[in-house]
Ligand binder design. Structure first.
Ligand SMILES: CCCCCCCCCCCCC/C=C/[C@@H](O)[C@H](COP(=O)(O)O)NC(=O)CCCCCCCCCCCCCCC
Length: 230
């Protein structure tokens, strides 16, 4: 009985360690590098989604206070996964093919949410705007100093990005939740990358790919007049 208990306990401990070890921000951000198709710079949906899934996992590890954010991100990820698994899944292979397909088949509500209220185009647009927040926040974190406050860095990044698209009540809730962010050191630790210098180096290498994904998507949406989708 006691041996059984011991085995179960160590098995459990082992699996927890394995999960924790595997989870580092380096891998999460590498999805955004994998997103970029070499030949034509298409942004590949599966890697885009897996990058977001990793970010959500990371956010969940910061505490339940962010569950209102992660719920929204998860529901958007699920919408995109459902498109990818549907009979038109091939059309959602990349952001470029999705835009071409949904526009041609008139599957996007352009002025008002109606019968296509959860199109791939408007769903990705929400994640795309959040990617800008991530870009700004991580850049601030990378160049921050020992005395920098994560809540301040996060608020500044939010005000320069997502806040412009959120109603007052969401902005207020978001701002309050930022005060619950862990301190800079803890933040670097949770990333599971190594020393602060290692994190700074990793971010310096990984963020250009995130920026590239952001820029290509921004250009794609601008070109098709999709930046204000309801
Ligand atoms: C690190 C702590 C996390 C801070 C999160 C900062 C972003 C705050 C966003 C607040 C969003 C509140 C939830 C509601 C959003 C929706 O109203 C709104 C509009 O959607 P709708 O048009 O379908 O109605 N949705 C959105 O704008 C999309 C928000 C998606 C947010 C995803 C944020 C993921 C953050 C990932 C954190 C990873 C941290 C890594 C840093 C080391």
């Amino acid at each position: 009985m006691s041996r059984h208990y011991k085995n179960r306990a160590s098995g459990c401990l082992f699996s927890m360690t394995a999960v924790e070890e595997k989870f580092s921000l380096t891998e999460v951000l590498s999805s955004f590098k994998a997103c970029l198709e070499k030949e034509n710079q298409d942004v590949l949906m599966d890697y885009y989604i897996s990058g977001w899934k990793g970010l959500v996992r990371f956010m969940n590890s910061l505490g339940a206070i962010f569950s209102f954010v992660s719920k929204d991100a998860v529901s958007k990820i699920q919408i995109m996964e459902a498109f990818r698994k549907s009979s038109s899944g091939d059309q959602y292979r990349s952001l470029q093919s999705m835009v071409a397909y949904e526009l041609k088949a008139k599957l996007v509500d352009l002025n008002k949410r109606a019968e296509h209220s959860n199109s791939g185009c408007r769903t990705i647009l929400r994640l795309h705007r959040a990617l800008r927040w991530l870009q700004l926040f991580l850049e601030k974190l990378r160049t921050s100093t020992e005395n920098s406050k994560t809540s301040v860095l996060c608020t500044e990044a939010y005000n320069d990005s997502l806040a412009n698209y959120h109603p007052w009540i969401i902005r207020k809730t978001a701002m309050v939740s930022f005060y619950a962010l862990p301190a800079r050191n803890t933040f670097f630790e949770v990333m599971n990358v190594g020393s602060i210098e290692d994190v700074v180096t990793m971010l310096g290498e990984a963020m250009p790919y995130v920026s590239q994904v952001y820029d290509i998507t921004q250009q794609l949406y601008a070109q098709h007049n999709l930046l204000d989708l309801p």
